[in-house]
Structures are given as C-alpha cells and as structure tokens.
Design a protein around this ligand. Structure first.
Ligand SMILES: *[C@@H]1O[C@H](CO)[C@@H](O)[C@H](O)[C@H]1NC(C)=O
Ligand SMILES: *[C@@H]1O[C@H](CO)[C@@H](O)[C@H](O)[C@H]1NC(C)=O
Ligand SMILES: *[C@@H]1O[C@H](CO)[C@@H](O)[C@H](O)[C@H]1NC(C)=O
Ligand SMILES: *[C@@H]1O[C@H](CO)[C@@H](O)[C@H](O)[C@H]1NC(C)=O
Ligand SMILES: *[C@@H]1O[C@H](CO)[C@@H](O)[C@H](O)[C@H]1NC(C)=O
Ligand SMILES: *[C@@H]1O[C@H](CO)[C@@H](O)[C@H](O)[C@H]1NC(C)=O
Ligand SMILES: *[C@@H]1O[C@H](CO)[C@@H](O)[C@H](O)[C@H]1NC(C)=O
Ligand SMILES: *[C@@H]1O[C@H](CO)[C@@H](O)[C@H](O)[C@H]1NC(C)=O
Ligand SMILES: *[C@@H]1O[C@H](CO)[C@@H](O)[C@H](O)[C@H]1NC(C)=O
Ligand SMILES: *[C@@H]1O[C@H](CO)[C@@H](O)[C@H](O)[C@H]1NC(C)=O
Ligand SMILES: *[C@@H]1O[C@H](CO)[C@@H](O)[C@H](O)[C@H]1NC(C)=O
Ligand SMILES: *[C@@H]1O[C@H](CO)[C@@H](O)[C@H](O)[C@H]1NC(C)=O
Length: 759
C-alpha cells in the first residue's frame, strides 16, 4: 500500500507543478501585450458612496481610460465628497448599459418686480468630444403658467431646436391638475437620439408674466429623466420644483467608447480595443458612434478589465431565485446544467417538472392512441373555430368601419349631400384609401404637419395628397362636416383643392389635389443661403396670393380658420403660384381646451394666453411671414430677440431699413416696401383686436404687388425666376438635397410636433 500512495503523491505533485508552470507561462504570455491595461487599475473607485468603475476613474489617480473618463471627486463643504463630471454631479454609472445618471441644472425664469423684467437663468451643457451623449429617454420638461421654453443644439453647427409651451388658461392655476403634464401648467417633449449639446432659453419677449407673478412666481425648464416625475400644481405656486433637489433634476446620459465608430473597427486595433475581458462582447452604440462592452451571457463583472476583475463565470447554482433548479444543479463556464434526480424524468427547471417514469409500454401505447384521436378531433374543432373567428373579425371590422362613419358625422354628410347636391365632393371608401396608400406605407409619406400625416397616392388616376387628421371632437361633428362640404366647394386658385374625404377610419381622412411639395419655406431658405434670388415683386405677389386665400377662407359662410399659417404651409405650384394648404382638420373645442397646433415663431402670443383660435391669430402668423419676406430673417434665433420684437422695435425707432433684406432694398421701391412694413406691423399688434382683417391685408398687398415701382426696381444679375417652375424644380432638388443637412428642415418639423399638445 505504502509505495502506491507515495507514487500517487509524487504524481500529484508533478501534475500540480506543471499546472503552475503552464499558468505562469500563460499569464506572462497574456499579460505582455496588455500591460497598459493592467496599470490602469484604479485603487480607489468610490467617491462619496458612488462607485466609479473602470473605464472611469477619479482624476487625481489618473487611472481612467482617457481624460474623457476622468471624474472629479470634489469636497462640497464639510468634508462631503461628491463626484462631478464638468459641472454636473454624477449620481451613478451603469457599466452594463453604458449609461450614467447625473444631476442636471434647472433653468428658471422669474419675474422681477423691482427691475420689472424677467430674470432668467439659462443653463447649457457641452458634451462634445466626451464619451457622453444626452439619452433620448429624457424629456424636456417645462413648468409654468405662461411659458415658452426652447431646447437647442449648438448655435450655428447644431441641427436641433424644439420648444414646449405651458400655459394656464388666462393664468388660472386651478386648471392644472396633479400628475398630468400635457400643456396646462406643465409640458414635456421628447428629444432625438445623438444630441451632445444642450441649451435652454426662454421666450420672455412674448411671454410676459408680469400679470401673474404673484400667483406663479417662476417658470422652469429642464431636460430630465421623467420616469420618476409627477407634476404637482404646487410647482406653479411655490419654488418647490426648484428647491426640492437644490435646483437640480436627475438626467440620464449614454456613454460609449468613441475612439472607434463600430466594434469591427475597434477590434482591428488590438491595443486600444476596450473589451479586455476574455468573456466579453462588443456592442455597437445605438446612440451615436462608438461601442460598449458587456460580459457574455452567464458571466458578470467589468468587461473593460482583464483577469479576476473582468468577467467571471456566474455560479448559477448559488442563485436559485434567478436561475431556478428543482433537481441536480451543476455549474458550467457560462452556463449550468439542471437535471432531474436519478430515476425521474422531465424538466427540472420548473417546479414539479420531474416525474418518476413508471408507466408500462402497453399503457403508453393505449394512451398514445387516445391522444391521437383526441388530437385529430381538437385539430378539426380548432380549425372550425379559427374559421368562425375570421368571419367574426371581418364583420367586426365592417361594423367598426360603419361606427367610425357614424361617429364622424357620415350620416349628416350624406343627408347634406342629398339636400345640396354633391357637386365636387367625393366620399371615398376605406378599401380604396388603403389600397392607394399601400396600407399607409411609410414610403408614401410626403409630410408630417401639426395636424396629421400627409401621404401621396393616386386615386382614380389622379395624384392626390391624403391627410389623416387627428381625432376630431365629438361635439364639433356637425361643424366639421359642414366645413368639409364648404371647403370642397371652394374653388380658389390659391387654395389647395379639397376633393373629398373618407370617414371610415378612427380619424377622418381628407383628400386634396396634389401640389408639387415645394414650399415658401424652402424658397426662403434658398434665398437666405443666397442660392436663389426672389425679387420684391414675387415676394409681394406670393404674400398677396396667400393673404387672398386666407381672406377667402375667413369669409366663407361658415368661416374656416387656418390655425397654423407658416411658410411651410404655403405650397408653390408652377410659376411660383402660392397655394395655401394644411387646413380642414383644424378643430378646437373651447370647453375641453383642446389646442390643435401652432409653430414657434408664428404663434400669436394672444392665442397662447387665451387658448382660443380666432381669425386674428391667422393674421398675426401671416404678419410674421410678411416680416420674414421683407427681412429675409428667420423668426427665431438664439442670438437675438424674436424677429417680431426686433421688427416692431425697429418700426418704432424708424430704423427698420437696417433690418430689411439688402437684396430688395432700392430707392426706387422704398415707398412700397415701407407700406408693406407698416402693414406687417399692423398685423402684429397685441392685443389682436386692433389688427386689420385678412381681406384688407390682401387688398393692400395686391395693390402693392402691382404697383409700377416694383417693376422698375433694378433686377439682379441672376434671375432664376424667369425659368419655369419645372426647371427650377430640378435645380432646387439638387440644392435642396444639400440644404437638407443644414437642419432647417428638422428644426421646423420638430418644433411643429412638440408644441402641439392634446388636452
Ligand atoms: C477614496 O477617496 C475618498 C475621497 O477622496 C476618500 O474619502 C476615501 O477614504 C478613499 N478610500 C481609500 C480606500 O483610499
Ligand atoms: C449587458 O448584460 C446585462 C446582463 O446580462 C444586461 O442586463 C444588459 O442589458 C446588457 N447590455 C447590453 C447593451 O446588451
Ligand atoms: C436676477 O437675480 C439675481 C440673483 O437673484 C440678481 O443678482 C440680479 O440682479 C437679478 N437681475 C435682474 C435683471 O433682476
Ligand atoms: C463645445 O465643446 C467643443 C469641444 O470641446 C468645442 O469645440 C465647442 O466650441 C464647444 N461649444 C460651445 C458652444 O461652447
Ligand atoms: C411686461 O408687461 C408689463 C405690464 O404690462 C410692462 O410694464 C413690462 O415692461 C413688460 N415687460 C417686458 C419684458 O416686456
Ligand atoms: C423614484 O422615486 C422613488 C421615491 O422618491 C425612489 O425611491 C426611487 O429610487 C426613484 N427611482 C429612480 C429611478 O430614480
Ligand atoms: C433654484 O435653486 C438653486 C439652488 O438651490 C438656487 O441657487 C436658485 O436661485 C434657485 N432658483 C430659483 C428661481 O428659485
Ligand atoms: C490581435 O490579437 C489577436 C489575438 O489576441 C491576434 O490573433 C491578432 O493577430 C492580433 N492582431 C493584431 C493586428 O495585432
Ligand atoms: C456594428 O455596425 C456595423 C456598421 O453599421 C455593422 O457592420 C456591424 O455588424 C455592427 N456590429 C455589431 C456587433 O452589431
Ligand atoms: C441607447 O439608448 C437607449 C435609450 O436611451 C438605452 O436603453 C440603450 O441601452 C442605449 N444603448 C446603448 C448601446 O448605449
Ligand atoms: C423547461 O422549462 C423552461 C421554462 O418553462 C423552458 O424555458 C425550457 O426550455 C424547458 N426545457 C426543456 C428541456 O424542455
Ligand atoms: C417632395 O416630394 C418628393 C416626391 O414627389 C419626395 O421625394 C420628397 O421627400 C418631398 N419633399 C418633402 C420636403 O416633403
């Protein structure tokens, strides 16, 4: 016995020695190329109770992956240390998801009774060239009773700007409700992915809170993680929103390793590839370029570190709650086996899943037969049930289609058509619309406006634009239908023709003639970037035509208010003929305070205070367009006051000439320009009662556009306007493609979408 034992001991020793040798060899071999990674290990990885895991590190230790990952551990007084990234406090870092929580500063705007001005604190955060980006899970949250706040990207190079309007009808705080943040006292808007710059500014020139400051002292705006946010009406009447968390609100940032754009690119560069751990995987960042690392399935730890600090196997058998096993559990690298005890069979991962196997063969055969017969029976029954259900579903759809039709006043419409004749009006079928738009296929979308989505389609051989309204108000059914019938009879050269509607969907669908989708907005953008020259005559003509169209809508027996007058809604047909579009869905119900839409820069401040759409609101918006045509400037910019304030001040000071577009200023036509400027200022007067009617505006503009002087103005060297619109179309589209990236388009679109809010 003794010699045998000795041999075994010797063998074991030899084996162990070899293992050590092997491991030594392996570790030196592995360690060599990664020496840099090893030294990066931080000794102190917490600050003020917050874990700062690698690739992050505390700046004084210089152990982070790069300077972008340095976190400052700062004494905030009384020896209380807190981690800071730039000037924002870090609340936590999530290695697995590539996210971090920080405290964002709340921007505020308060009325100062002493200086009789608005005292605003507007924060910004510049994350350019850092591993961080603003996560699109945050919401831009605005609290206030007369507040229009903007969130924007960097000036000049940024691509994004959006606004959020919060109001209380006539400053009445009691209209706001706890827990509801949808425009009354509180509003929220989403932000796009990939932003790395954040700035806030308030529109204090049109939102003067001097009248309500004793009830609502301050307005606030902050980009914050809204998952835990519940609006309280006391936020309006006290300083609570700001003071609860010391002027800050939690926000989520996404971070990633941004030294390479994708995983593949990073893996090519061995030494800088950040996923050092053996059992780690690389994920492309979905939020901007770069990548993040994660442990492979069944492993946990820090994927950015090697060895024992990196990804380790999870012993699943120790965590029976997360990895249930009701039999024999055995851990494997990256996985585990869970089997039934000997003598039983089944699925051991479900309770009672293991059964002793005792049935004899004969019984099993018998059971098999019975099961077969039953299965056949059930199969047949099931098929019948499915057939029945299908026919039920079809009937339900038909019933629903009919319900929608009734709900949207279809019956009313039919009766009206019987009485008044259906000249020019078409009632389209659900099927017809679905086929034409290929079931509302995204490829058919030509625009998304404040009132709904517009699709392009061909119906009965005619190109049409199909627009799905947002839901209409039950109580306005009658008016809506009347308006439709009236609009269909409108045959005005400067109004996009309404061909008919379909009432068999959740929301009414309007069908318009299709007009080339070049808009006044695009034309002005080309003019601003000096790639197209629009003469004074053309500007006045487009203004006159648009005004004429709006005047016509206002003068109908049942007046139609547009509600969203802006350059993007003035289409330009062949020969730059203006055609006003995007009307018809507009519904506003006084009792429910439904606010249909509006675009920052063009919204009448009166409307924001009263929440009531009147003809005067359209006139204000039109006034802004007129100013835009005269000055060539955009209505909003971060660097300056709103265009309307600038313009009105310049009119008052008599310095308006400095503001005018130098392309149209000429002594020969100064009289006309001056009259147009006076007209514009009349349209912008607050309160709205003093504004001229649309008909007067149209008449004056028509006179000005035809004035002799206008045609005597010298023409510039490049007059492209002489070309036919189709020629221009091809030229414009080339220009337009490059101008798309300028962000003007996205700004416009996003601003529209976010300032509308439902009740
Ligand atoms: C880590 O740093 C914090 C703050 O600088 C300090 O309070 C703590 O004692 C340090 N811990 C160790 C282990 O050095
Ligand atoms: C990383 O792994 C963890 C745990 O398996 C998981 O919760 C997380 O969603 C993963 N992250 C990504 C970006 O896949
Ligand atoms: C704004 O508030 C700050 C601090 O409360 C004060 O110092 C400043 O004078 C105020 N500015 C105006 C214009 O009221
Ligand atoms: C933001 O930071 C980047 C990089 O540090 C810098 O180039 C840029 O000018 C900054 N932007 C502003 C508006 O300060
Ligand atoms: C706000 O309105 C008050 C009273 O109407 C006026 O005195 C004050 O100048 C206005 N402030 C601004 C910034 O427009
Ligand atoms: C949400 O709020 C509750 C209570 O204030 C808090 O316990 C919880 O940690 C918060 N959750 C997040 C994700 O901030
Ligand atoms: C918001 O809170 C911060 C920090 O407490 C404070 O400095 C700031 O003055 C407050 N702002 C307002 C408008 O109360
Ligand atoms: C990167 O490392 C892998 C294994 O770690 C090796 O096979 C490959 O040759 C290396 N590539 C380069 C470019 O160094
Ligand atoms: C990362 O993105 C690139 C380019 O978009 C793609 O080719 C690659 O398959 C992606 N890799 C992973 C791991 O998702
Ligand atoms: C991207 O952002 C979303 C939402 O903000 C987040 O859930 C996701 O984990 C992020 N993905 C990566 C790879 O950073
Ligand atoms: C056992 O049951 C679990 C949970 O229902 C299921 O996910 C797993 O696939 C089953 N395993 C086998 C071998 O059927
Ligand atoms: C204009 O219409 C064309 C197709 O007719 C479409 O490709 C383009 O995206 C549209 N442009 C806008 C701004 O809607």
């Amino acid at each position: 016995m003794a010699p045998l034992r000795e041999v075994m001991v010797a063998m074991r020793a030899a084996f162990c020695e070899n293992i050590w040798l092997l491991m030594l060899l392996l570790s030196t071999a592995l360690a060599a190329p990664f020496a840099a990674g090893e030294t990066a290990l931080c000794k102190n990885t917490t600050c003020g109770g917050v874990d700062i895991p690698y690739p992050f590190g505390i700046s004084t230790e210089s152990c982070a992956m790069g300077s972008g990952f340095d976190v400052d551990c700062t004494d905030t007084g009384n020896g209380v240390y807190k981690p800071f990234y730039g000037d924002v406090e870090l609340l936590g870092i999530d290695i697995q998801r590539g996210q971090a929580r920080v405290n964002n500063h709340i921007s505020s705007s308060c009325y100062d009774a002493i200086s009789k001005g608005m005292n605003s604190t507007e924060w910004f955060l510049n994350l350019t060239d850092t591993p961080f980006m603003l996560s699109d899970s945050n919401k831009f949250t605005v609290v206030g009773c007369r507040t229009l706040a903007y969130i924007a990207d960097q000036d000049y190079v940024g691509k994004y700007m959006s606004g959020c309007v919060s109001g209380c009808r006539r400053g009445d705080v009691s209209k706001a409700m706890n827990g509801i943040c949808s425009g009354i006292g509180c509003c929220q808007t989403a932000i796009p992915k990939g932003l790395d710059y954040y700035q806030v500014f308030f529109d204090v020139s049109s939102m003067n809170t001097s009248g309500i400051y004793n009830r609502t002292p301050c307005s606030y705006a902050v980009l914050m993680d809204s998952s835990n946010f519940t609006f309280s009406t006391t936020y309006l009447t006290s300083l609570e929103f700001n003071s609860t968390n010391d002027g800050q609100a939690p926000m989520v940032l996404d971070w990633a390793i941004r030294s390479a754009n994708t995983c593949e690119e990073a893996q090519k560069k061995n030494d800088s590839y950040a996923c050092k751990s053996t059992n780690s995987e690389c994920f492309n960042s979905t939020n901007g370029s770069g990548y993040i690392c994660n442990c492979s399935k069944g492993y946990e730890g820090n994927p950015y570190l090697q060895g024992s600090n990196g990804c380790r196997d999870i012993d699943e058998c120790l965590y029976s709650k997360t990895y249930p096993c009701y039999g024999k559990c055995r851990n494997k690298p990256g996985d585990f086996d869970c089997t039934c005890q000997a003598g039983s069979k089944g699925n051991a991962t479900i309770p009672g899943g293991c059964r002793k196997d005792f049935l004899p063969l004969k019984a099993r055969l018998g059971i098999g037969n019975v099961v077969c017969v039953l299965a056949g029976l059930f199969g047949f029954l099931g098929w019948e049930v499915i057939r029945h259900k299908r026919s039920m579903k079809k009937q339900a759809l038909l019933r629903q289609t009919d319900e929608f039709f009734q709900q949207h006043g279809g019956q009313l419409l039919l009766e009206m058509m019987k009485v008044e004749g259906n000249a020019g009006f078409n009632l389209y079928d659900r099927q017809e619309i679905e086929t034409a738009t290929n079931n509302f296929n995204k490829a058919h979308i030509v625009g998304e406006g404040g009132q709904g989505t517009v699709y392009r389609a061909v119906l009965g051989g005619v190109a049409v634009a199909i627009k799905m309204c947002k839901e209409i108000d039950e109580s306005r059914k009658m008016e809506f239908v009347q308006e439709l019938v009236i609009l269909c009879r409108v045959n005005h050269p400067n109004i996009v023709k309404l061909l008919g509607c379909c009432l068999q969907f959740e929301a009414p669908i309007l069908v318009y003639e299709f007009v080339q989708n070049k808009t006044l907005q695009e034309l002005m953008d080309l003019q601003r970037s000096r790639r197209f020259y629009v003469t004074l005559g053309t500007r006045l003509r487009i203004a006159a035509e648009s005004a004429g169209a709006l005047a016509h809508l206002h003068s109908l027996p049942h007046p139609v208010l547009h509600g969203d007058v802006k350059p993007a809604n003035i289409l330009l047909a062949e020969g730059l003929v203006a055609k006003v579009s995007d009307f018809g869905c507009s519904t506003i119900d006084e009792n429910t305070q439904a606010v249909p839409k509006g675009t920052p820069g063009y919204i009448d401040p009166d409307y924001l205070l009263e929440y009531e759409l009147t003809a005067k609101n359209d006139i204000y918006s039109f006034g802004v367009i007129l100013v835009e045509l005269l000055t060539g400037m955009k209505p909003l910019s971060k660097e300056r006051k709103s265009l309307t304030s600038l313009f009105l001040e310049a009119m008052a000071d008599g310095t308006v000439r400095e503001l005018l577009d130098s392309d149209i200023v000429d002594e020969a036509c100064m009289r006309v320009i001056h009259r147009a400027a006076v007209l514009a200022s009349q349209c912008l007067v607050v309160p709205g009662m003093a504004r001229p009617t649309m008909a007067l505006v149209a008449e004056e503009l028509k006179y000005l556009a035809l004035a002799d002087e206008v045609h005597q103005c010298p023409q510039p060297p490049f007059v492209l306007e002489g070309m036919s619109f189709m020629d221009m179309g091809s030229t414009v589209s080339i220009w337009y493609d490059e101008s798309r990236t300028s962000g003007v388009y996205s700004l416009e679109n996003k601003a529209v979408l976010s300032t509308e809010f439902s009740r």
